[in-house]
Design a protein around this ligand. Structure first.
Ligand code: NAD
Length: 499
């Protein structure tokens, strides 16, 4: 059976710990490979290699670093089909969706070509008598990314592209469920001209994560995953004096106002609720029709669409809507929530629990599910399901819908569908959620804006990618210089001011 190791110092290496995790084919349920789980010796070796490589890289001019990104982007285009196939094979998502996963990462690499401009500091001439002041941005050293299974191409690239463009070395600890693509990306960076030792992929589980959190040479950590682990990584990393940003789980609401174009809203809900089998942190999992009449009209249009979703393995062609869930555990968790929703009194209008694919009976497939009459005390409303399950919560008016979204503990994304500009503007201004869509169901900001949720969807001050990516992976130094040309003031014992 294929064994996937690590990528350290510019090459693939086998794992030495003797510990492995199974990688499943989600469509068949079979174990298709194993991934090595690093021990602390392997991690420490990668970190010391990264430390040594970083010194020269930091001294490389930013244009050269940008050119590596430029070449990397070309290679991603060249290998797009190969990357998408490897991604779908381990994750289960459709090929078009896998390509989107690669492209959303590639766009951040494109943004990082702007490193020479983005790393410019500021300069003030004549800040005082004979005094100039300027600031520079310097890399942190060795930084790390810990990433989830659901975007095995995009999220690693969101982390390592800005970090490397800023002059850091990088340790990537990807998800142990789909580790092939992160290693392929590291190989492409190498081919693009990145020197050895700067991008190391260390596969592993909690042991590797804890090693990263406690290692004195790791200066910053970017984490993406579930909220419980995000909080753990944030508190332990911060306690160890590191710069940490952690992005967690989500429960994204979509308000449908009585004046919305319902056909457009239904299309949006179908794509955003069920795409990637709902395994997206920006998936819409709660629909809030405003008013009973809107709710009835919405359910009438939505129900047949959910009943007719096309579910298939990625190998069946490109016209499937979504594929299987990633693992048996994920399947059991999602099914558990559907059972709980029924028990708690929600109306299961479309039940996907008995869905079975001929020839793939052991795969982790579950059909699309649609709940009506969900209330805010139910677990299917409160918790992230991360499956193809949409909950409809009926509200009587706009304020009630707004309050519902605002009261939820998660604050990743939210959307409103309306034809009224006043309502949309009021919503975008008052909502306490990080990413807002107006007639856009999945408002994932483009690479040159920043991505990040509020409340228990995000921990730390700065967002991912865009200008914040460059801020997170650098620190600012401010230099005050004086060329006195004959000015002699004598010793000054009070704090210097410009009075
Ligand atoms: P996860 O929390 O299980 O795993 C994320 C990472 O943490 C992995 O690398 C994993 O190996 C590691 N990890 C898992 N358990 C650990 C432990 N006990 N101690 C230390 N490290 C541990 O998340 P997942 O299932 O891979 O991904 C799905 C979750 O990620 C969902 O909650 C989803 O909403 C979230 N997500 C959030 C965003 C965002 O930007 N907010 C984006 C994508 C996914």
């Amino acid at each position: 059976m294929e064994q996937i190791g690590h990528f350290i110092n510019g090459k693939r290496v086998a794992g030495k710990s003797g510990r492995f995790a199974d990688i499943f084919n989600p469509a068949t349920g079979e174990v298709q490979a194993q991934v090595a789980l690093a021990n602390s010796d392997e991690l420490n070796e990668a970190i010391s290699i990264a430390c040594a490589a970083q010194v020269e890289w930091a001294a490389t001019n930013p244009q050269k670093r940008a050119r590596v990104m430029m070449k990397f982007v070309q290679l991603l285009h060249r290998d797009m089909d190969k990357l998408a196939e490897a991604l779908s094979r381990e994750h289960g998502k459709t090929i078009p969706d896998a390509k989107g996963d690669v492209i959303r990462g590639l766009e951040v690499a494109e943004f990082c070509m702007g490193a020479p401009h983005l790393l410019k500091g500021e300069f003030s001439e004549g800040a005082g008598p004979g005094i100039d002041m300027h600031s520079i941005r310097q890399p942190l050293g060795v930084v790390a990314g810990i990433t989830p299974f659901n975007f095995p191409a995009m999220i690693p690239m969101w982390k390592f592209c800005p970090a490397l463009a800023c002059g850091n070395a990088f340790i990537l600890k990807p998800s142990e469920r789909d580790p092939s693509v992160p290693i392929m990306l590291a190989e492409l960076m190498q081919e693009a001209g990145l020197p050895d030792g700067l991008l190391n992929v260390v596969n592993g589980d909690k042991e590797a994560v804890d090693g990263i959190l406690d290692h004195q040479d790791i200066m910053a950590i970017g984490f993406v995953g579930s909220t419980a682990i995000a909080e753990y990584v944030y508190s332990r990393g911060c306690a160890n004096g590191k710069r940490v940003q952690c992005f967690g789980g989500a429960k994204n609401h979509m308000l449908i106002m009585p004046d919305a174009d319902l056909d457009q809203a239904v299309d949006a809900l179908i794509g955003a609720g069920y795409g990637a089998a709902g395994e997206r942190c920006m998936a819409v999992s709660v629909a809030i029709p405003v008013g009973e009449d809107t709710a009835d009209r919405l359910m009438e249009k939505l129900t047949p669409r959910v009943e007719n979703l096309k579910i298939a393995p990625y190998t069946a062609g490109d016209d499937a809507d979504f594929g299987p869930l990633v693992t048996q555990d994920a399947y059991n968790r999602v099914k558990g929530y559907i059972d709980a929703g029924v028990k708690e009194g929600a109306k299961l209008v479309v039940d996907g629990r008995d869905f079975s694919m001929q020839g793939y009976e052991n795969g982790f497939f579950i059909g699309g599910c649609l709940f009506d009459n969900v209330t805010k005390d139910m677990s299917i409303y409160k918790e992230e399901i991360f499956g193809p399950v949409l909950s409809v919560v009926r509200t009587q008016n706009y304020e009630e819908g707004l309050d519902l979204a605002m009261s939820h503990e998660y604050g990743n994304g939210v959307a409103i569908f309306t034809r009224d500009g006043d309502t949309a503007r009021d919503f975008a201004s008052r909502i306490n959620i990080g990413m807002v869509g107006v007639n856009v169901p999945i408002p994932v900001p483009l690479a040159y804006y920043t991505f990040g949720g509020w409340k228990r969807s995000g921990f730390g001050d700065l967002n991912q990618h865009g200008p914040d990516g460059f801020r997170f992976y650098t620190r600012t130094k401010t230099i005050t210089s004086r060329w006195p040309s004959g000015i002699k003031e004598g010793a000054e014992f009070s704090i210097p001011t410009m009075n």
